[in-house]
Design a protein around this ligand. Structure first.
Ligand code: ADP
Ligand code: MG
Ligand code: ZN
Length: 493
């Protein structure tokens, strides 16, 4: 039997706010000593009261808007009760009945997930977003030998949980969805999106149904996947496993699973009978959350143009290749750098793209600039100036490359460097003509050879003139002058 895969994704995004969701503890805990980012509120001491982190709410609204969701103007908080040692209160404060964002969608480009390339099989599709709500993270348990240790640094860090409709149908689509979501949270600046550091965790819910049938099959949920690759591999594994179960007449059990990355298998963690009864009820210690129109508008204005829309604009308006458009938009700061460097001039787009993906990325790589393009000394306006100098033939491309290295190293402007080092091309014909005549006079043998039909020797003369002008001769003018001068000599012999 052939089956269709049905996947709905739940994703937890950890926000990068300065403080936690309901207290003033620093939420920047990565690498800190255990239990150093804690206070009576996030440790659930009796009498300690929560206060809502305004920035965390704004971040959730921004994500909701980026996912084309409706934003709820009136919501309240609920307690989700369950007992686990890393949850100090014995419940989590969350949004259940009224999520801050709901009924949205995102469009994703489904590429070949191994290479990341757009191929014949690639396509764009829409994944509907059911809801995105705010909640707080739990602490972290570590089991060593026979003992367990708990670290509450992460307890109370703001999370956004995003739940899709079951619109995803392949492992590659799941991969593309999470990678698009990661790009979005990075664009918005609300999370590092680093799955490896746990800042984004994907949880596919998946089932199979015979192709052509309506009702969903029994789903399994794979928890806490911490890389895009793990999402793809675990889904592929589950498709094989569930297909075998169904084809041998068995039933898929509704379970929660983990992914054993080393062995490449899913492992059952909990079955349906052990499911928690969360006993949601309104959080009595917090007021309802009301979003005024004014507040909503001020947040809406902060949502930037997202990567996919920029990609479309870069290919359609600026004529860039899809490949360049993707490379230039993956990081919002790079996209913004590019747009300043090309100055809105479509004819300059390809040159600016080449400078950034070629020279600039190469220099950043060899200088080990890990803080991103914003840390680069050469500003995009300075690159624009350099590109214009190449266009106007003030410098040739090779000179421009060494000028750019200098700009990158010092932050000096293009024109300042060209002037200080006297690098401007010689376009003055009388100065160049002198060098042309000298080259012909000094090499009578080669001239004879050229006149006898050895065309290759033309480049030899170009080389001689460029050498004499220390590389500053305008190549087009040099070639023109050489041709004229050689023809004159041909007639005079
Ligand atoms: P739960 O209450 O167990 O979390 P939900 O109905 O809220 O389940 O759905 C959670 C996620 O699972 C959603 O993304 C939803 O689209 C998806 N989902 C629900 N049922 C199925 C199914 N049978 N197969 C695949 N995905 C499903
Ligand atoms: Mg669930
Ligand atoms: Zn605290």
């Amino acid at each position: 039997m052939e089956y269709e895969i049905v996947i709905g994704m739940e994703t937890h995004v950890e926000q990068n706010t300065a403080s936690k969701m309901f207290c003033q503890c620093s939420a920047e805990f990565f690498g800190a000593e255990p239990n150093t980012h804690v206070c009576p509120t996030c440790l659930a001491m009796p009498g300690a009261l929560p206060v809502i982190n305004r920035r965390a709410v704004e971040n959730a609204m921004m994500i909701g808007l980026a996912l084309n969701c409706k934003i709820a103007r009136h919501t309240f908080w609920e307690r989700k009760s369950y007992w686990y040692p890393d949850l100090p209160k014995g419940y989590q404060i969350t949004q259940y009945e009224y999520p801050i964002a709901y009924d949205g969608y995102i469009d994703i480009d489904v590429r070949d997930s191994a290479s990341g390339n757009w191929t014949e099989q690639s396509y764009r599709k829409r994944v509907r977003i059911r809801r995105a709500h705010l909640e707080e993270d739990t602490g972290k348990l570590t089991h060593i030998g026979g003992s367990s240790f708990v670290d509450f640094n992460r307890a109370g860090v703001p999370l956004i949980e995003i739940v899709t409709e079951p619109d995803i149908h392949t492992a590659d689509e799941a991969y593309a969805f999470l990678s698009a979501l990661r790009d979005i949270v990075r664009y918005l600046g609300v999370s590092s999106g680093d799955m490896e550091k746990g800042a984004m965790r994907g949880e596919p819910n998946m089932s199979l149904r015979p192709i052509g049938t309506e009702p969903f099959g029994t789903k399994v949920e794979i928890k806490n996947l911490n890389s895009l690759r793990a999402v793809r591999d675990s889904i592929e594994y589950e498709v094989k496993r569930q297909t075998e179960v169904l084809n041998s007449g068995g039933k898929v059990h509704q379970v929660t699973m983990g992914w054993d990355d080393a062995r490449g298998v899913t492992v059952t963690q909990r079955d349906k009978e052990e499911a928690h009864d969360y006993r949601y009820f309104p959080e009595p210690d917090l007021p309802p959350l009301d979003v005024s129109e004014e507040w909503f508008e001020s947040v809406r204005k902060r949502v930037p143009e997202l990567a996919l829309s920029r990609q479309d604009r870069f290919t359609q308006t600026y004529g860039l290749s899809a490949y360049d458009a993707v490379v230039l938009t993956r990081d919002r700061a790079v996209a913004e750098y590019f747009e300043i460097a090309m100055g809105g001039i479509p004819a300059r787009a390809k040159a600016a793209a080449n400078w950034i993906t070629g020279e600039l990325f190469r220099l950043m790589g060899s200088a080990g600039v890990s803080a991103g393009i914003n840390a680069v000394k050469a500003s995009p306006a300075q690159l624009a100036e350099l590109i214009e100098m190449v266009e106007n033939k003030v410098v040739n491309i090779n000179t421009a490359k060494s000028v750019f290295e200098e700009m990158f190293a010092t932050g000096q402007g293009a024109k300042a460097i060209v002037d200080a080092k006297g690098l401007a091309q010689i376009s003055d014909t009388s100065a160049l003509d002198k060098a042309v005549q000298d080259a012909l006079d000094a090499n009578p043998g080669q001239l004879k050879g050229y006149l006898a039909g050895q065309d290759k020797l033309f480049q030899f003369f170009v080389g001689q003139v460029m050498k004499a002008t220390k590389g500053k001769g305008n190549p087009q003018i040099v070639q023109g002058l050489l041709k004229d001068a050689i023809e004159k000599r041909r007639l005079s012999v």
